[in-house]
Ligand binder design. Sequence first.
Ligand code: HXC
Length: 519
Amino acid sequence: MNEDTLNHERIEKLRQRKAEIRMGGGEKRLQAQREKGKLTVWERIEYFFDAGTFEEVGAFIEHRNSNFGLDKSRVSGDGVVTGFGRVNGKLVYMAAQDFTVLGGSLGEMHGKKVAKIMDMALTNGAPVVMLNDSGGARIQEGIGSLCGYGEIFFRNTLASGVIPQISVIMGPCAGGAVYSPGIMDFVAMVEDTSYMFITGPDVIKTVTGENVTMDSLGGGEVHMKRSGVATYVGKDDESTLDWVKILLSYLPENNDSVATRTPSKLPQLSPMELDDYVPSNPNKGYAIFGVVDRLVDAGSFLELQEGFAQNVTIGFARMDGVAVGVVANNPKQLAGCLDVDASDKAARFVRFCDAFNIPLLTLVDVPGFLPGTDQEYNGIIRHGAKLLYAYSEATVPKLTVIMRKAYGGAYICMCSKHLGADMVVAWPGSEIAVMGPKGAVNVVFRKEIAEAENKEIRAKELEQEYTDKFANPQMAASLGYIDNVIEPNQTRDVVINYLRSHINKRQITPRRKHGNIPL
Ligand code: HXC
């Protein structure tokens, strides 16, 4: 067979061209990226995907703008690499911004590339991961870049609840750019090298006179501990991408599928120890993680938003190899009360699990909603209602364990039978009542105590009477609001039995366009 020289020349040219494109903004800028402690866009892609599986889409796309000399900086790819590949064998779509090309800024064609890959992810029912590293709207392109953002936000919304969407902030993410991650399901950030804000330190200084740094305004710690925007903050690019891969392992590809089941594993710590783990004194705190580690498959708990609203703990885990969403009051923080932030945090997670067929395991030890003007002024009515709403509308298997306290509105809110829980079991020491004994006695028997010879002794007697009658699981169990009172050490087995028997749960809900969750 004769070698066709022209064909070979063409192939060689193509190879050279592709090699040039992979250099993005050039060696100097790639080096500057590395010096900041960041990987380059291709290093990130290669680190993330299974070796040799990434298929690039749109490598030759260029912008078509010549404002302010932009025609002199036309780089193929236009500052974002898009494509798809496999992560531990699973199909995942990606748009990864390249800061070395015009600061990763988003112009018309850059926006269209991202929109196209989102369309492909949606059509083919696979998760989309966005790596953000960008100076925001490409200033020279004006409306072109605004249009690019708008089209992305529109698709983020269409894809919400259909395919999982994960945003990874690996550099700047400023201005309107923050709203794509803002709509997406999970936001991972990288410590020290990433930040997110709608207006930067300079604008803030001009408008309000405040002095802030990028980090104190929108760094990883701020978004993990204060704003609740970040789901996870990693130490560097590699560990953050590793975390995203772990997260993906709990998620189904889309809302019509279920997460891959793995072999069942015994818990890290013995479930027998649960009999003694939770203190019988209702005023004594304990870390909820001790319960989780004795219930779920060893090493499977992936906590989300761990630094935010720590009075409620959320995360994915596996029980009998099945991915579940865990929502638990954490009595170590604010006695496990529900407040504005905890309600938001739990409600969004419940909705994610419901949208993606992930059963919910709710662990209850809640003294109530946090009282005070701060909470009332900040809208605890509106925010608490979100959690009620989210649990009520969820149709995935809903399994609830009442461990100790379950008082008032918070009892109802934490996935009670009244909100459609499929299983509610309680431990023998649970107190299910409108409020705790002290508060109840002060309201109901105020007069009687005031008239008693020894007020303190009478109050104690009445508290005991109240505790014996109401603050236990018997009454709720006799009315069928609790399916069973169980020994704490049996909890894992009971939850797994219910999980297995609810795996094909079907629930028809009334026809409607959509509900109106109190936002
Ligand atoms: C065009 C941009 C750009 C932008 C950066 N560059 N941001 N080009 N549009 N938005 C270019 C720079 O000119 C520079 O080009 C290169 O990218 C690298 O930028 P540097 O400034 O040298 O990098 P660094 O010192 O690391 O600073 C990064 C930065 C800074 C903090 C992000 O570049 C910056 O403040 N950029 C502007 C941020 C901004 O205001 N964006 C608009 C937000 S408003 P050369 O050729 O020198 O390498 C917005 C509205 C969206 O996004 C609304 C949507 C709804």
